[in-house]
Design a protein around this ligand. Structure first.
Ligand code: NAD
Length: 508
């Protein structure tokens, strides 16, 4: 552990606010936060959280930085992001190991998260030359119309514990090439990763003399989070987390007529049709439900399986679940690590009690585990349930998979969409009509809909996000960058007269 911390510039006690670069760390007098590893409950390091004064200092520096950063040509901003990508490549292993230590992800997933940061950096570099606007044909002679995209300002980024690094990069690296500056409030459960990232990128910021472009403020949701969402100096708040948090953030930011980009909870299902390749469906289901210990927003939470193959599929799932090795995520053979903390395990057990009382049957797992003393482990769990059970309608952030059965395809689709959330979805079938029906306007109502691929593990090239209680936001690829910019429509009259639109005459 010491060598990982040393490689990332972390100490036993760390400052919790920075305006970026090696000398940007603020002398904070805030309360100490202890970060423990979910692997064994041991202390990793401590963080001195930001005070209100630190927050004010960060916002002031960020706003000053915006004045200059927005004037730097976008491809030059892209060059800064390219160099950040190189630093991330050099530190992929160490940062991945810290994510494993702090969030409990298995090594492959910890490093995979850093790879996602590298990928989005590359994407953002290309994007820095592609912040395109449209041109329009004016209805008036000798007039030209077009739109352009300008930077927005200081963007507040609030992130969840389960992607302690990647979600910042989706937001920050895209926002940066767009000409925005970023103020990040990470989850207090995984804030060391945020400090490590700022240490990794510090030499790039030093080299370019950039202070205030990438900022960090560590503190609770009720202190730092509230300050951000109520702050009219932050025109956009991008918030990733639970629907409960997002509902509060969305209404608070709306009250000041700010913009919010919400990435909230999911309740993702896979429909397994009678003609599905069961081997593919099985592997996608196990990865989707058990990966990251069921703590991905895109984790598979419901399987909607055709009655004719239900028994066979459940038996195969049970055999596969029996082979999932739960334990220390640093060990090569481990497939499922711990949950984030003791309360996450308690919430899983409460959900299972509720499921039983609502008529569900636990088919596999359901118990706490102690493969490593002091850690927060539970068995991956299969539950036979019905879609309308309140517990099935709720996102429990744990490795619980509800098995639901259908007889005709319309029922499967109806069940699929009949939850409050709308993030990710999948169908396994060899039938063109089924797969097209799933992707049609009357099909899946989610932001992500896949065929013969599971619900989790999205690529960065597409826009990521979901509908309904998932919040409607889109991040990462495609044209999600537009959320970080303001659109301006320009009309230029290069003639000698002043014709009015819609043919209106107004002669003096
Ligand atoms: P959470 O809602 O408990 O916390 C998320 C963030 O919100 C944290 O940084 C927290 O400090 C902050 N916060 C809490 N109260 C706040 C307030 N009043 N004002 C401002 N900020 C506040 O979520 P979590 O437990 O860290 O993460 C798990 C949840 O995140 C799950 O519901 C999961 O589905 C969701 N998630 C969604 C996506 C997505 O892209 N849709 C991605 C990852 C996680």
């Amino acid at each position: 552990m010491e060598s990982i911390l040393a490689k990332l510039g972390l100490e036993a006690s760390n400052k919790g606010a920075t305006t970026g670069g090696s000398s940007g760390w603020l002398t904070t007098g805030g309360e100490m936060l202890s970060t423990v590893s979910p692997i064994d409950g041991e202390l990793i390091a401590r963080i001195q959280q930001a005070t209100d004064d630190d927050y004010e200092a960060v916002v002031a520096t960020a706003r000053e930085a915006f004045e200059k950063w927005r004037c730097m040509p976008a491809p030059q901003r892209g060059e800064v992001v390219r160099q950040i990508g190189l630093r991330l490549r050099e530190h992929k292993q160490a940062l991945g190991a810290l994510i494993t230590l702090e969030a409990g992800k298995i090594t492959a997933e910890g490093e995979g998260e850093v790879q996602e940061m590298i990928d989005i950096a590359d994407f953002a570099v290309g994007l820095s030359r592609q912040l395109y606007g449209l041109t329009m044909h004016s209805e008036r002679p000798q007039h030209r119309m077009y739109e352009q995209w300008h930077p927005l300002g200081a963007v507040g980024v609030i992130t969840a514990f389960n992607f302690p690094a990647a979600v910042w990069s989706w937001n920050a690296l895209i926002a940066a090439v767009c000409g925005d500056v970023v103020i990040w409030k990470p989850s207090s459960k995984t804030a060391l990763t945020a400090i490590a990232i700022h240490n990794i990128i510090a030499p790039v910021l030093d080299q370019h003399g950039l202070r205030g472009v990438f900022n960090l403020v560590i503190g609770s949701g009720t202190q730092v989070g509230e300050a951000m969402i109520n702050d009219p100096r932050l025109p956009l708040i991008s918030a990733t987390g639970s629907t409960r948090m997002g509902r509060h953030v969305g209404t608070t930011v709306a009250k000041r007529l700010g913009r919010s980009l919400l990435e909230l909870g999911g309740n993702n299902a896979i429909i397994v049709c009678e003609d599905a390749d069961l081997d593919l469906a099985l592997r996608a289901t196990v990865f989707g439900a058990v990966g990251t210990a069921g703590q991905r927003c895109t984790s598979t939470r419901r399987i909607i399986v055709h009655a004719a193959i239900r028994e066979r599929f459940v038996q195969a799932l049970t055999r596969a679940y029996a082979q999932v090795r739960v334990g220390d995520p640093r060990r090569n053979e481990t497939l499922m690590g711990p949950l984030i903390d003791a309360s996450a395990v308690d919430q899983m057990m409460t959900a299972l009690d509720q499921a039983r009382s609502q008529g569900a049957e636990v088919l596999f797992g359901g118990e706490r585990m102690t493969p490593v003393p002091g850690g927060f482990y539970a068995a991956p769990t299969l539950v036979a349930a019905e879609n309308h059970f309140p517990v099935v309608q709720t996102e429990t952030f744990a490795p619980i998979l509800y098995i639901l059965e259908y007889e005709n395809f319309e029922d499967a689709l109806r069940m699929h969409n009949d939850v409050p959330q709308g993030l990710s979805s999948a169908i396994f079938t060899k039938s063109l009509p089924y797969s097209e029906a799933f992707l049609a306007a009357t099909g899946s109502d989610c932001g992500i809909a896949n065929v013969n691929i599971g619900t989790s593990g999205a690529e960065i090239g597409g826009a990521f996000g979901g509908e309904k209680e998932t919040g409607g936001g889109r991040e990462s690829g495609s044209d999600a960058w537009r959320a970080y910019m303001r659109r301006q429509t320009n009309t230029i009259n290069w003639g000698a007269s002043l014709p009015l639109a819609q043919g209106i005459t107004f002669d003096l």
